[in-house]
Design a protein around this ligand. Structure first.
Ligand code: NDP
Ligand code: MG
Length: 384
């Protein structure tokens, strides 16, 4: 039996790499749904190759073009945000790969979980914004949340076979990004182009900026809390510039397990799609003799205040991580548009989360409100 796959955000970095994995394993997977925001040309190309049951373009202005381009094929064509929530419920889907960016991933993920679909989760912002809600829902509907993020895939792989053995600590590795050796005062003048130039990974623009500012590792810490049911003080972030060790788990007897490999997202994507099986690949193999000097160093918290802000939001809980995410989405956009300097990002995020009225057990409507209000307030800080 082939596994039916839906990819939300098939035209992005994770989406296209997921399709590469599927292309190499066509006998195992059937593409059921592909979606994009506005990149209609690539979506059409992908649909012609993989012949999904349905495609969705979020920007409704592209609907006609998409429909006409695929009119000779037996593919259902939809547009708009609501369609994203509906297509994930389709019958043939076994796994939904959430590869959209930011808050936009939340609602389709909720729909998919409620429809009983397993989730291959790349969209970490969903767990930052609504970790408790998603994990509770997944438990209720008997759904597996399979991590795609390389660090969490590493932890997940380290936990295989460990049963009820307790985690003492998770060590999340971080490359440190392009500014690891900068001084705090040098961050004032870095350009979007410099921040987009990640040393080890080729990713979409938003996560690349998050990596350069360490917010990505803050988000990943929150993601780890929910995925692995641990407390914030059980998470250690460690700089490892080569990105060979993808993360580690320390158990209560003091033993540490690590997962290693060449940095390539196709491996964690494949593991999420085939779990609990491992299948043969032609991916390049790691040669230890060529990587003799694996390096580690602590995080410089003065250089990267975002990490501390993420831990603060995680400790405060409730709707505060949702505000953290919304503020971050706005400042990243403003930085890319050259409206604010790089070092203004943590400053504005701190201001935003300090201004957020605390809600202890937010439901989806509360999160929507927090998201909207935070965006408005941060834009007013920027423009005012
Ligand atoms: P990209 O920007 O490369 O791709 C994003 C995808 O989502 C595109 O298909 C895009 O469509 C679509 N999209 C964007 N905004 C919306 C929206 N509002 N509504 C519907 N669709 C939308 O991102 P990445 O692939 O880099 O990242 C995707 C997710 O995976 C993020 O949450 C990221 O943190 C996570 N992740 C990524 C990693 C990586 O290596 N790239 C590693 C680990 C996690 P269009 O092309 O039309 O704009
Ligand atoms: Mg990661």
């Amino acid at each position: 039996m082939k596994k039916g796959i839906a990819i939300l955000g098939s035209t992005g970095s994770i989406g296209t790499q997921t399709l590469e994995v599927i292309r190499e394993n066509k006998h195992r997977f059937e593409v059921e749904v592909l979606t994009a925001n506005s990149n209609v040309d690539l979506l059409v190309k992908q649909a012609r190759e993989f012949l999904p049951n349905a495609v969705v373009i979020r920007e409704e202005a592209y609907y006609q073009q998409l429909r006409e381009s695929l009119s000779s094929l037996d593919i259902k064509v939809f547009a708009g945000e609501e369609a994203l929530n509906q297509v994930v419920e389709f019958e043939g889907i076994d796994i939904v790969v959430t590869a959209m960016v930011g808050y936009s991933g939340l609602k389709p993920t909720v729909s998919a979980v409620k429809a009983g679909k397993d989730i291959a989760l790349a969209n970490k912002e969903t767990l930052v914004v609504a970790g408790k809600m998603i994990i509770d829902l997944a438990r209720k509907h008997g759904v597996r949340i399979l991590p795609v993020d390389s660090e969490h895939s590493a932890v997940f792989q380290c936990l295989a076979g460990e049963g009820f053995n307790k985690i003492e600590k998770i060590i999340l590795t971080a490359s440190g990004g392009p500014f690891r050796n900068y001084k705090p005062e040098d961050l004032k003048n870095v350009s979007p182009a410099q921040a987009l130039d990640h040393p080890n990974w080729n990713m979409g623009p938003k996560i690349t900026i998050d990596s350069s500012s360490m917010m990505n590792k803050g988000f990943e810490s929150i993601e780890a809390k929910w995925l692995f049911n641990i407390e914030p003080d059980q998470i250690e972030v460690l700089i490892h510039p080569q990105s060979i060790i993808h993360s580690m788990v320390q158990f209560e007897d003091g033993s540490i397990k690590a997962q290693l490999g060449i940095p390539d997202m196709k491996l964690p994507i494949l593991y999420a799609l085939t779990f609990p099986e491992r299948i043969k690949t032609t991916f390049p193999r790691l040669d230890f003799a060529k990587n003799p000097d694996l390096k580690f160093e602590p995080v410089n918290n003065n250089l990267f205040p975002n990490l501390g802000l993420a831990f603060r939001a995680m400790n405060e809980g409730g709707n505060i991580p949702c505000a953290l995410n919304a503020a971050n989405e706005v400042v990243v956009k403003a930085f890319l548009e050259k409206k604010i300097a790089f070092d203004k990002m943590p400053y504005l995020i701190e201001k935003a989360i300090s201004n957020t009225p605390f809600l202890p057990g937010p439901v989806i409507g509360d999160l929507e409100e927090t998201d909207k209000e935070t965006r408005e307030i941060v834009w007013s800080f920027i423009n005012g």
